[in-house]
Structure formats: structure tokens, C-alpha cells
Unconditional design. Structure first.
Length: 401
């Protein structure tokens, strides 16, 4: 039944569903998610297989274009991205204008939006060729901006990267290379980063993706829509949870590691404290990404020879939650962000960059969803409301109020 017939048949009835808990906003062929069974698939491929066997760039191609690339397609994609990795020198003046205290998510969102001024043709996506060029430009320049945001925070000189490296390794170089020193990195670090980016690459109509589609539905350009998505991701109930988790684990450690005390706080309805990294709108079972990340966290710490007491605190909290009726009854399990911060920390990524890492991973998903929205010629997103204010009031001059 189409929407006009439905509205006609119901006398224009508006459904109200705060938080869109039961409302589908679109049809999508990108990501399948079964929250009851804990299943996640990109374009039909299981997240477990992709995380183990694919590279982030292959997954980006899969999400955006619908199929895993052949070697020839992958090489071309990689080459096209590298050809667009230059960011206009004047963009650095904008970066310089931020105070050092600026949160990297704010910097990333602003710089992504500023990219439009330097790439005005990016708003033309009517032909397949223009759409491809715009997508490739963003995939190329986004890691540069993310690395700039981190270097700004650390007051370090910028690094120009090295196009002979792979996408993820080059990102790592732009973030970590030291001036006048040969850049070297442990393979375990790049593998872990690749895996984390893949696990964050798409998650159907979450808050930031819905924002990207909603903003794009007014035919705002791709860069503007992604800039809005970054802001949506920033919040602690969404992508910002990865930063909030590590801060929570740290404060539990500082407070003597008494996990029971914090479990009690999380259950106390008078206390605003929530167990960050727990619970999910859709998963009412284990988040499959959390399972993979938990194993990866153990592996990375072992391979790099790091002992992090917050990993034990996290495992302790998880164990207690799985045995606690408050969490069991509400089907609250660890989500993707419960263990990701522990890996980021082991990779020397500053806490304020955690959500930026999420954004880097989510970029192909946002792009794929935006492209699908445009190609499906979706109408402008414009929900209705149920008005609860005053009916009609006579205006009174200020002297008579
Ligand atoms: N700690 C304690 N209690 C919780 C938690 C938590 N982390 N999450 C949910 N609950 C409780 C709620 O208090 C509520 O209890 P009630 O039924 O007694 O009122 C019940 O579980 C349902 O929670 P809602 O907030 O209604 O669930 P919703 O689907 O709206 O929210 C959300 C999901 C935002 C993820 C929530 O679980 C939360 O705040 N988690 C912590 C933040 C977090 O980890 N966010 C990352 C999500 S994943 C991502 O975006 C990448």
C-alpha cells in the first residue's frame, strides 16, 4: 500500500514513535541486522568473515558498490583514491584557527564541511561518473583531515602520508609518523586497525546514518551530509560511547576497581550513571561486533606485549552483567564500543580520537547509504508531529502582558 493511499484510508492519521523505535525510514539493500539473533551482514556477507578475511578498502567497495571488488577493480579504486589525497593548503588555515582544546570530532566535522568550498563540483552527482568522483574524493581526503585533527590536538606538525602505502597504513602514518624519522609500524597494529574499521563500517539506520540520509534527502551534497553525520556520531549515546567507556573504566580503576559499586549505580534509577558500552537499540542479544572485538583486544594486547588493567575491569563488568537480572531482563549486552577503546589505547590513539576512529570506519557506510538514498530518489525526510501546545491566543502588546 503506498503512503498516499494509507493516509487517505486513515483520514491522515499520524503515528507517533519517539526515537523511531518501530519506524522504518527507508528500504535498503546494504546491511542486514537481526538484533534478536545477533546477526550482522554487509551486502549478504557475514561480518565475521569480512573482519577475518577482507581489507577495509574491499569492504568500503562492497558497501558502496554492492559487490566485492575483483583485483582489477580494487587496484583502480585504490589508485583513484590516492590520486585525490591532496587537501588544499588553505584548509590548513582553518585548522590553525581552532584552539588546541577543540575536540577532534568538531574539527573533523568543520573541515569536512569546509572541503565543499575547495571542491565545489562535489555537489554534482547526477551522472555515475560524478558520483564516483565525489565518493573517491571524500574517501581520499577524510583520513587526511582525521590525522590533522589528531596532530592539532597534540601540537605536532602535519604529515603528508605516503601513497605507496595501503589505505589503513597510510592513515596510521599520517597520524603517527615522526618528523625526520623513518616510519615503521608493527603489522599487528595495522591488522587491528583494519579490523576495527571494518567492524564499524555500516550498521543500517543508526542515528548518524539516518542523519546523513535525512540531510542528503534535501539534496544537500555528500560532504555536507557526512559533516552532519559526524556531529550525530559525536554524542555519548552513539559513537561517543567509545570515549565514554574508557573514561568510565579508568575512573573505576582509579576508584579501586570496585565493579560491584558501579553495577549498583547503573541499576539505580535515581543515578544518571549508565554502564557505557552496554545496551543497544536493536541488539537484544550479543552484538556480534563486540564478540570479535573482545577476542581482538586480547590478541592485540598479547602481540604488543601490553598489560592493561582496564581490560580485566571490562571483563569483570561483562561477567557480572551477564549474571545480573537487571541486565539479563533488559537484554543489555556489551556493544561494539565496550572493548574497542581498549584496542585504540593499545595502539596509542588518544582517547579524544576514539570517536574519530569510529567516523573513519563508518565513512563507507555513510557514503553507501547516501548514494542509495539518492539513487532510489527518496523524497525529502520530513516527519510529522502531534502538536501539544496552546490552541489559539490573542496577541497582547508588551505593555499589556
Ligand atoms: N546501563 C544501565 N541501564 C541501561 C543501559 C545501560 N548502559 N542501557 C539501557 N538501560 C536500561 C534503561 O535504563 C531502561 O531501563 P527501564 O526499562 O527500567 O527504564 C532499559 O534499559 C531500556 O533502555 P533504553 O534507554 O530505553 O533503550 P534505548 O534503545 O532507547 O537506548 C542505548 C539504547 C542508547 C544504546 C542505551 O542502551 C545506552 O544509553 N547505552 C549506553 C551508551 C552506549 O553504550 N551507547 C552506544 C550504543 S552502540 C553505538 O551507537 C555504536
Amino acid at each position: 500500500i503506498d503512503i498516499k493511499t494509507l493516509r487517505g484510508a486513515t483520514g491522515g492519521v499520524t503515528t507517533i514513535d519517539p526515537g523511531y523505535k518501530n519506524t522504518g525510514s527507508c528500504q535498503s539493500a546494504i546491511t542486514f541486522l537481526d538484533g534478536e539473533e545477533g546477526i550482522l551482514r554487509y551486502r549478504g556477507y557475514a561480518i565475521e568473515a569480512l573482519a577475518e578475511k577482507a581489507s577495509f578498502l574491499e569492504v568500503a567497495y562492497l558497501l558502496i558498490f554492492g559487490e566485492l571488488p575483483t583485483q582489477v577493480q580494487l587496484d583502480k579504486f585504490d589508485k583513484d583514491i590516492k590520486a585525490e589525497s591532496h587537501v588544499d593548503e588553505d584548509m590548513k588555515k582553518i585548522l590553525d584557527g581552532f584552539p588546541k582544546s577543540a575536540h577532534p570530532m568538531g574539527v573533523l566535522s568543520a573541515l569536512t564541511s569546509a572541503l565543499i568550498a575547495f571542491n565545489p563540483s562535489s555537489v554534482n552527482v547526477d551522472s555515475e561518473e560524478d558520483m564516483y568522483r565525489t565518493i573517491v574524493k571524500l574517501l581520499a581526503k577524510f583520513p587526511v583531515l582525521a590525522a590533522w585533527a589528531m596532530r592539532k590536538k597534540k601540537s605536532q606538525p602535519l604529515d603528508y602520508g605516503d601513497n605507496s602505502l595501503g589505505y589503513v597504513e597510510n592513515l596510521h602514518k599520517m597520524m603517527f609518523a615522526k618528523p625526520n624519522e623513518e616510519y615503521k609500524v608493527d603489522k599487528a597494529v595495522i591488522d587491528a586497525l583494519d579490523k576495527l574499521l571494518i567492524l564499524h563500517a555500516d550498521h543500517e539506520q543508526n542515528c548518524s546514518t539516518s542523519t546523513v540520509r535525512m540531510v542528503g534527502s534535501s539534496h544537500a551534497g555528500l560532504f555536507a551530509s557526512i559533516s552532519s553525520g559526524i556531529c550525530a556520531l559525536w554524542g555519548p549515546l552513539h559513537g561517543g560511547a567509545n570515549q565514554a567507556v574508557i573514561e568510565m573504566l579508568e575512573s573505576i580503576k582509579e576508584d579501586g576497581g570496585d565493579t560491584k559499586k558501579y553495577m549498583a549505580k547503573a541499576k539505580d534509577k535515581e543515578d544518571p550513571f549508565r554502564l557505557m558500552g552496554f545496551g543497544h537499540r536493536v541488539y537484544k542479544n550479543f552484538d556480534p561486533r563486540a564478540k570479535i572485538i573482545k577476542v581482538a583486544a586480547d590478541d592485540v594486547l598479547n602481540q604488543l606485549g601490553i598489560e592493561d588493567p582496564v581490560l580485566d575491569i571490562a571483563k569483570g563488568l561483562e561477567k557480572e552483567a551477564l549474571e545480573d537480572s537487571y541486565f539479563v531482563d533488559r537484554k543489555l549486552y556489551p556493544n561494539v564500543d565496550f572493548y574497542s577503546g581498549i584496542i585504540y589505547r593499545a595502539l596509542d590513539i588518544p582517547v579524544e580520537m576514539f570517536t574519530v576512529m569510529f567516523a573513519l570506519g563508518r565513512l563507507p557506510g555513510w557514503i553507501a547509504q547516501w548514494k542509495e538514498m539518492r539513487e532510489n530518489k527518496e523524497p525529502i525526510g520530513r516527519p510529522r508531529q502531534v502538536y501539544t501546545g496552546e490552541n489559539f491566543r490573542e496577541f497582547k502588546e508588551v505593555s499589556k502582558r
